[in-house]
Design a protein around this ligand. Structure first.
Ligand code: BGC
Ligand code: BGC
Length: 851
């Protein structure tokens, strides 16, 4: 290829530093050169010969089976035996035999079953063993009882590549003893807009840290090239998600990354440079688009850049159903992704159809046989490099026999060290810290004794919202860590989450922060901490007003605008999402008996901390960079810095949506406090299952079903399909009822709606209802919407300020659609608004109080 290296013009420099989000210039794909970074991993000619022989013997069906990766919630052992799939995964919510608390031994047993079924495959005479992939995101984090290291954002603050290597080694060991060969980690996203729900999976906004870490994590997990590469405990690692996942516009998960190619390379691809250098065997494709084109179908980036120019010699795996977003594809087939260069496809549920369709597409010449051979060769090369053909079934492998490494004392100590090193001290006025362990300490706040909260998402469950301390055996909360150490020193500790102590303390430690979330569930529109609900600020102020010094420990997956909480606290420590070893916090916050610090603060911000609540895109190197605490900030005990009163002004820009009174109910996705409920009338209203995934069905399995549809973004809408003689209803429910005051300003409900076939014979709506079924408004939509053209999206607005509005005190359901018969409709963009519209556009339906 002729490379026409673009000269470094002033203009390109400017567009890059001013905003990586500036609308992309039309880019000549030959203009940017990507470096060849595979400097260490060479092909072995002997192995290539073996691969020739294996491929020669394999049938097309066997090859396609190698390329497909089902998920254990959908795949049975019998299906593995029938097809001999090349790999399988457990998603964030699935454990073997459906047991969330399955022991490491049970995971190993399951690995054996799948392995044996794969080599026993009837339709797969090649008998190539399968491998199991899992998200070992921060330790072996899907597995009950595993050591949980701090999430990546905390590790980034530690700025210690050698520590990352050791964490990689420890994680690989815990994965190994469960019989699993492959981890979908590390995430090497460089996050630029902290509204993104996956910010905590990122080491830094700074490509330099991500670059320094990626290779270390890969060699920790896989073993080091030229040394113990892919041997012993070494597992196959995955650099993800290629590429630009951290750069989407407005931080929208799976969104569009608008950046020129140089920015894509220098900011977002930084981690791949060292991951590939370290010999990473797999790269996962990202859900996002680059300048409007989905990565899952991006031949230029996957084949030309990643494989050819950068020299990546492993295999490319897709993300969960990621293929369905490619032009011309759906859940069950996707020649476009395979032809673009993906080698293994994560097809959790529709793997049987996908398998048959892919075989057919090859037979019809839609997918070239050479592409299939290349994909299978790449995957088998990695499997054989890892020793899969010799290592035997999972439980028979030498490394599996060493079960004692799982959550060993050594690993717990390492995680605790990582917690100590990740803490960032933002404020320590009058040197409140360190605390004497001989004093009387109150530990308050809902994060105090809450391991689920300190572990965050991707911890035993996907969202992490359903966890309790019982899901983390052998782990330590922040409170427990403080309590052990204070009591040993002769001090006194009292735990009172609400701050209502029995005995007045010398000092209060208030542990607060974000509740767990994962992926798009964590996307936010406001940077203000507890926007609209200042209960934690009230707690801090209450203690302060009693003359008690307050140290706030902030558990968070990202920097947030916390000026009010900072002002109210004497000291403020960001602990990120520290994981299972809460004692690490006590190690740094408590002095020895002589009042001398035992461990100093070491963490420095790897993400800039906002001064204003509208600083959504705030990164080191920005023009007009104006953070409250700059990248690299972090006090130590030697510092004399006093943090003065900070402006508490809420800005117009950030507040615009709330000032205009728009409160999202379901805007692009569910918020963490809500779920869908589909009732067929059989279950009582309040006992029906909460659905937080995009799919679901009522208890009877048929009356009402839900699935995701797309309006403006992926999966930003829900289709509701009725198939019932009697009435069935879909509610958007608060998991915990909220005070009606939350929505007291709402004067209208607005949403997008599409009837799929015809307007239903009956459709009712109830808005803002309590558990007894009293609602702010209940009405029939049948007549007002009877004229809507099927297949077309409309905006519907329903007035809420009608004379008969009842005085609902606590809101359980934000809205409830009920209907019967056989029909389907789709809804999206549901918001409450403080203002009523006057608009009468063609596709706009205003429903006033008269209806
Ligand atoms: C995530 C990936 C993850 C996969 C399997 C996807 O939704 O984006 O990071 O590896 O699920 O759990
Ligand atoms: C799985 C996750 C996956 C997500 C994507 C969840 O049900 O558990 O692993 O990332 O779906 O949709």
């Amino acid at each position: 290829m002729i490379s026409m290296k673009r000269s470094f013009s002033l203009l390109s420099l400017l567009t890059l530093s001013l905003s990586p989000y500036a609308a992309a210039q039309p880019v000549d794909s030959t203009a940017v050169e990507w470096p060849y970074v595979n400097t260490g991993l060479k092909r072995d000619p002997e192995l290539e010969k073996v691969l020739d022989q294996i491929l020669e013997r394999m049938t097309l069906a066997q090859k396609v089976a190698q390329m497909i990766q089902p998920e254990i919630g959908y795949l049975s052992v019998a299906q593995m035996r029938k097809y001999g799939f090349g790999s399988y995964l457990n998603g964030g919510n699935t454990a073997p035999y459906g047991q969330k608390q399955a022991s490491a031994e049970v995971w190993l047993k399951y690995a054996d079953e799948m392995y044996e079924a794969s080599v026993d495959a009837k339709e797969d005479g090649s008998r190539i063993p399968t491998i199991w992939g899992t998200d070992a995101m921060h330790g072996h984090s899907n597995v009950y009882g595993a050591t949980l290291f701090p999430h990546n954002i905390g590790l980034g603050a530690a700025n210690d590549p050698e520590l990352i290597h050791r964490i990689g080694v420890a994680t690989a060991k815990e994965v190994a003893v469960t019989g699993i060969e492959w981890s979908f980690a590390p995430t090497v996203a460089v996050v630029r807009d902290d509204r993104w729900g996956r910010t905590y999976e990122s080491y830094s906004e700074d490509p330099a840290i991500v670059k320094a870490y990626a290779g270390q994590m890969v060699s920790g997990l896989q073993g080091t090239l030229g040394k113990d590469f892919l041997q012993g405990f070494g597992r196959i690692a995955t650099a993800k998600h290629f590429v630009g996942d951290g750069g989407t516009e407005k931080g929208i998960d799976r969104g569009d990354t608008l950046v020129d190619e140089q920015g894509l390379r220098d900011i977002h691809a930084a981690g791949y440079m060292t991951a590939i250098q370290a010999g990473v065997q797999s790269v996962m494709v990202s859900f996002n688009s680059w300048n409007g084109v989905r990565l899952h179908g991006h031949k230029y980036l996957l084949t030309d850049v990643l494989k050819n120019q950068m020299g990546f010699d492993g295999f490319v795996v897709t993300d969960w159903n990621g293929h369905k977003f490619v032009e011309g594809c759906d859940l069950e087939q996707c020649a476009g992704a395979i032809n673009a260069g993906v080698d293994v496809l994560m097809v959790p549920e529709h793997f049987e159809a996908f398998y048959h369709n892919t075989i057919r597409q090859v037979e019809q010449g839609i997918i070239p046989m050479a592409r299939i051979d290349d994909a299978v060769r790449r995957f088998l090369r990695a499997k054989i490099r890892w020793g899969l053909l010799e290592r035997g079934k999972p439980s028979s492998r030498v490394e599996s026999a060493q079960m004692a490494v799982f959550n060993s004392q050594e690993h717990k100590e390492l995680a605790r060290e990582a917690v100590r090193k990740s803490l960032v001290l933002l404020k320590n006025n009058q040197k409140v810290l360190p605390l004497s362990p001989k004093s009387r300490v109150l530990v308050a706040g809902d994060g105090a004794d809450n391991i689920a909260k300190q572990a965050g998402g991707w911890s035993v469950s996907w969202q992490g919202t359903d966890n309790t301390n019982a899901d983390f055996p052998n782990a330590t909360s922040v409170y427990q860590g403080i309590s052990q150490q204070v009591e040993a020193a002769g001090g006194k500790v009292e735990l009172a989450v609400d701050g209502n102590y029995k005995q007045k303390p010398d000092v209060a430690l208030v542990v607060i922060g974000e509740n767990p979330y994962a992926e798009w569930f964590g996307d936010i529109q406001q940077l203000e901490y507890q926007h609209g609900d200042k209960s934690d600020l009230a707690l801090i102020k209450k203690l302060k007003s009693q003359g008690i010094p307050v140290v706030t420990v902030f558990l968070t997956g990202r920097p947030l605008w916390t000026n009010k909480e900072l002002n109210a606290s004497d000291a403020f420590v960001v602990a990120w999402l520290p994981g299972s070893e809460g004692q690490g916090v006590a190690d740094v916050l408590l002095s020895d008996n002589q009042g001398k610090a035992r461990y100093d603060f070491h963490g420095k911000l790897s993400f800039s901390w906002p001064r204003y609540d509208h600083q959504f895109v705030l990164n080191k190197g920005d023009a007009n960079y104006d953070p409250l605490f700059a990248y690299g900030y972090g006090l130590t005990y030697a510092d004399q810095t006093e943090v003065g009163p900070l402006s508490e002004q809420v800005s117009a820009t950030a507040a615009s949506s709330s000032e205009q009174g728009i409160q999202p109910l379901f805007l692009r996705n569910l918020t963490a406090d809500m779920a869908w409920v589909l009732s067929d009338g059989s279950a009582t209203q309040n006992s029906a299952a909460l659905i937080t995934t995009p799919y679901g069905v009522s208890a009877d399995g048929k009356s009402l079903a839900m699935q995701s549809v797309n309006l403006s973004y992926q999966e930003d809408g829900r289709q509701l399909r009725w198939n019932a003689a009697a009435k069935a209803s879909a509610s958007l429910r608060y998991i915990k009822p909220v005070a009606a005051s939350k929505h007291s300003k709402a004067r209208a409900l607005r949403f997008s709606l599409r009837f799929d076939q015809q307007a239903p014979a009956e459709l009712n709506l109830a808005v803002l209802c309590d558990q007894q079924g009293r609602c702010q408004r209940q009405l029939s939509l049948t007549e007002p919407l009877a004229h809507l053209k099927p297949g077309v999206w409309h905006t519907v607005e329903v007035a809420l300020d009608c004379a008969d509005a009842s005085a609902v005190k606590r809101i359980s359901d934000a809205l409830v659609f009920s209907s019967s018969g056989q029909h389907s409709l789709a809804v999206a963009d549901m918001v409450l608004s403080a203002q009523k519209s006057t608009e009468t556009a063609k596709d706009f339906v205003l429903i006033g109080c008269a209806n």
